[in-house]
Design a protein around this ligand. Structure first.
Ligand SMILES: *Cc1c(COP(=O)(O)O)cnc(C)c1O
Length: 364
């Protein structure tokens, strides 16, 4: 049985976790700050806040920016629910903008059509690991005075032009996910990077109940609650796993890119295109098929457990109740009707790939 994705853990990962279990800190100890520093070093961002999952990270980003009722935030309909839900968590309105056909990333021209005097932020999603054209998105955002939060749940290890996704060269914050289906894992987990010290302080505060502690306070036990925050902390157990996984990221990337190149060449089926500005650490390999549903069930019978990424978020019952309907975003909907993600994970061997390709051809 081949799944569309699969985590990879080795002896080093097990040891890293075991070491924490035998130490004094299970949470909020030295491993979380070490992991944050390592993510900064890897991505080139100044600050990093590790969090309990990417959904929490996106929520924190909304809180740190002070987004709220009457504000509008624009994101892609081809994404996981969280990219939109985080906007609803703070009572703001989600506005979707349709996708580009050849990358399934949000289309800048579609964003332009939806900017109003209420628009406060953009959440581009780096779909399948390929970065959006951030320089252009950032220029548009600056023109209209909008914040930019990159949903990089798929894109740790990816590069946009000369910098790693997460460097925040063209955004205010970037959010990563370390759920086991993503490129590196901490079980559950995420991280937010930024270059802005003020946003960094707010992320820290909201991550831990809105609490603030300072050296200036008279007594050690003092703290002040300045805002209504949450408990979105990562544990040291998770962070230790993250540090260990991060060491393997470049080798994961190399193999993921090899597999994508091999599928492109050997299958010759409609797939996403990689743009000249991108060097993606691919998270997904979607192909586009007219008879997708049929293919899905045939593949399942033969041992390929594939997945559809994604049902357009605006068509979910919750978003329909807010006024969205089928037909609102035709390119996203057309993409959804055809897409299916083939197995993509670094432990697939050349033999596995040959088997998968034979099975895929049998199911077409
Ligand atoms: C997985 C995912 C998330 C949510 O990540 P969690 O860590 O599971 O909260 C957000 N956005 C996208 C695009 C994702 O794929």
């Amino acid at each position: 049985m081949y799944n569309y994705g699969k985590q990879f853990l080795d002896e080093d990962d097990y040891h890293a976790v075991l070491e924490v279990l035998q130490s004094d800190f299970l949470t909020c100890g030295p491993k979380v700050s070490e992991f944050e520093k390592k993510i900064c070093a890897y991505t080139g961002a100044k600050y990093c806040v590790a969090v309990s999952n990417a959904t929490a990270g996106l929520h924190l980003a909304m809180l740190a920016l002070g987004i709220g009722v009457d504000d509008e935030v624009i994101t892609s309909p081809i994404t996981f629910l969280s990219s939109a839900n985080c906007v609803r968590f703070v009572g703001a309105n989600v506005i979707f903008a349709d996708i580009e056909e050849n990358t399934a990333n949000i289309d800048i021209n579609e964003i332009k059509k939806h900017i109003t005097s209420h628009t406060k932020a953009l959440i581009p999603v780096h779909f399948a690991g390929q970065s959006c054209d951030m320089e252009k998105i950032y220029a548009l955002a600056q023109k209209h005075n909008l914040f930019v939060i990159e949903d990089a749940a798929h894109a740790i290890g990816s590069k946009y032009k000369d910098s790693y996704v997460g460097s925040c060269q063209y955004s205010d914050m970037t959010v990563f996910s370390f759920h086991p289906v993503k490129t590196i894992t901490t079980g559950e987990g995420g991280a937010v990077t930024t270059n802005n010290e003020e946003l960094y302080q707010k992320l820290l505060m909201y991550r831990s109940h809105g609490m603030y502690k300072s050296e200036q306070m008279k007594n050690n036990w003092e703290y002040e609650m300045l805002a209504l925050g949450y408990n979105y902390r990562m544990t040291d157990i998770q962070a230790a796993l993250g540090i260990s996984q991060l060491k393997k990221l470049e080798s994961f990337k190399k193999r993921r890119r090899e597999i994508v190149a091999y599928y492109n060449k050997t299958l010759n089926l409609p797939h996403l295109l990689e743009k000249e500005y991108s060097e993606a650490c691919f998270h997904l390999y979607p192909i586009l098929l007219q008879n997708r549903d049929n293919f899905y069930y045939k593949a399942k019978e033969k041992g390929l457990n594939l997945q559809v990424h994604y049902i357009p978020v605006h068509t979910q019952p919750y978003y329909q109740r807010l006024g969205y309907k089928w037909g609102d975003y035709p390119k996203a909907e057309a993409y959804y009707q055809k897409c299916i993600s083939l197995p993509l994970y670094p432990t697939l061997t050349d033999n596995d790939l040959a088997t998968i390709i034979d099975l895929v051809k049998e199911c077409l």
